[in-house]
Design a protein around this ligand. Structure first.
Ligand code: PHE
Length: 454
């Protein structure tokens, strides 16, 4: 007997959930730095083109599979291509988001730790070196990061166990508007700091000489990570979208929000970085080393304001990470509930246990397990490299090939055009199919090879 599946309340709930998955650490630590390093406004233009020509079609391919079947990744592919090897893609995209979740939760945990610090003692060290070594000391210790990782993952488990509507939908509906308000408030503060204009210039000054083939590959890779593509999260969320929803509008809305958030995050972070007179860097360093230093430095002038901004900033990061992490969590839960006939509660516990364990190994790989190396990388870096450089691109490629070449074209058209009722969608369907069948697969293969050679 089929169990009754939950669905999102409506279009805004679906967009909030999808945007919640998309907007995360990738928007806050990777995008602003990449923009500045790779040609400012010139990079933004390339990124926009990548989003529209490559990422949007892949995004829609996942949405089409999920929305057509109303099943999680494994069930969806079994339903559309029964008895074929495509089910392995279903299985792969159950596993890869769980690997991402394991190390993502470690970073989410660090954010909880830093939020705690910003609420309790604050940031006072005006020595950049001291702030960096405090961060190094924190992540290489065993207990603190493990407790934070456990708290972060437990938070995800609580939200996901409450169900699609009362857990995931409700959490995203509150968090997403809150995130936008917070990041805009931080941007306003940042832009008013003396010396902020250098940061604005870093982001907007177009420098087309920096647009090399590898910058284009970077833009594609970033749009993949930022839109959570290729790992079944979008597919799974799309399976909870009501019938007759215009998926093109949902897709454009999500891509638009993701881009807008990344840009605002850029204007929130870079002006402050430049006002403090330091060189921006990518990765966890930007959030956990540079910013606490900035908060301490600004705190010398108006201490209460800088403390408030520090708290708001880490609240933003924790929530942005949560809304992404629950989407990865749900992929595994949907699989266990639908394919293994488990209760939701049991499925949540199992996913919690598995990802906690792998996450704990990732966390310890900064300290006690630093000597354990996989292909010359620490456990954390290996999981990161495996998923962002390979599994996401590979999954994305297979999804577009599936929808472009294997799935019944009439069904694809039906999904894309809402059964032929949306005139605009009908008009652009040919272009979409072309992007899906030719442009997207070729572009993905290029990213794949570039990553392989890097
Ligand atoms: N898109 C998320 C971010 O930008 C990361 C993510 C990847 C979420 C894969 C879900 C799946 O942080």
């Amino acid at each position: 007997m089929e169990r009754r599946r939950e669905v999102f309340g409506g279009r805004s709930a679906a967009i909030f959930a999808l945007a919640g998955s998309a907007i995360g650490l990738g928007n806050i630590w990777r995008f602003p730095y990449m923009v500045g390093q790779t040609g400012g406004a010139a990079f933004i233009i390339i990124y926009l083109v990548c989003c529209l020509l490559l990422s949007l079609p892949i995004f829609l391919a996942e949405v089409i599979i999920g929305h057509r079947t109303h099943a999680g990744t494994f069930g969806a592919l079994e339903q559309l291509a029964p008895g074929t090897k495509w089910k392995w893609l279903g299985l792969l995209t159950v596993i890869s988001p769980l690997i991402i979740l394991s190390y993502y939760s470690v970073v989410g945990g660090w954010s909880i730790g830093y939020l705690w610090q910003s609420v309790t003692v604050g940031f006072h060290s005006s020595e950049l070196g001291a702030v960096s070594s405090a961060f190094g000391g924190f992540i290489s210790s065993a207990t603190g990061p493990l407790i934070c990782h456990t708290l972060f993952l437990a938070g995800c488990a609580v939200i996901v166990s409450a169900g699609v509507k009362s857990g995931i939908e409700r959490f995203n509906k509150i968090s997403m508007p809150l995130l936008f308000v917070l990041i805009v408030a931080i941007m306003v503060y940042s832009l008013t700091l003396p010396g902020a204009s250098a940061g604005v210039e870093y982001l907007v000054k177009p420098d087309f000489s920096k647009i090399t083939p590898s910058a284009v590959a970077d833009a594609m890779g970033q749009s993949f990570f930022s839109l959570s593509l290729g790992v079944g999260t979008i597919l799974t969320y799309a399976s909870y979208i009501k019938k007759n929803e215009n998926i093109l509008v949902t897709g454009l809305g999500t891509v638009g929000f993701d881009l807008l958030f990344a840009l605002i995050a850029g204007f929130a972070i870079m002006p402050a970085v430049f006002a403090a007179g330091i060189e921006p860097g990518a990765g966890p360093g930007l959030i956990f080393e540079t910013l606490p230093y900035i908060f301490a430095k600004m705190g010398a002038n108006v201490p209460w304001l800088s403390s408030v901004v520090a708290v708001l900033f880490f609240v933003t990061i924790v929530f942005a990470a949560f809304t992404s992490a629950i989407s990865m969590f749900e992929v595994g839960v949907a699989y266990l509930v639908e394919q293994r006939r488990m209760s939701r509660r049991k499925a949540v516990l199992l996913i919690f246990g598995g990802t906690w364990l792998l996450g704990a190994l990732c966390s310890l790989s900064f300290g006690p397990l630093a000597d354990v190396q996989l292909f010359g990388l620490s456990i954390f870096s290996f999981c990161d490299m495996l998923t962002s450089n390979f599994l996401m691109t590979f999954g994305g490629l297979l999804f577009v090939l599936f929808v472009g070449w294997k799935m019944d074209p009439a069904a694809v058209r039906d999904e894309f055009t809402c059964g032929g009722t949306e005139r605009f969608n009908c008009a652009v369907f040919g272009a979409f199919r072309f992007l899906l069948r030719y442009i997207a697969p070729i572009a993905i293969v290029i990213i794949f090879i570039t990553n392989f050679l890097a």
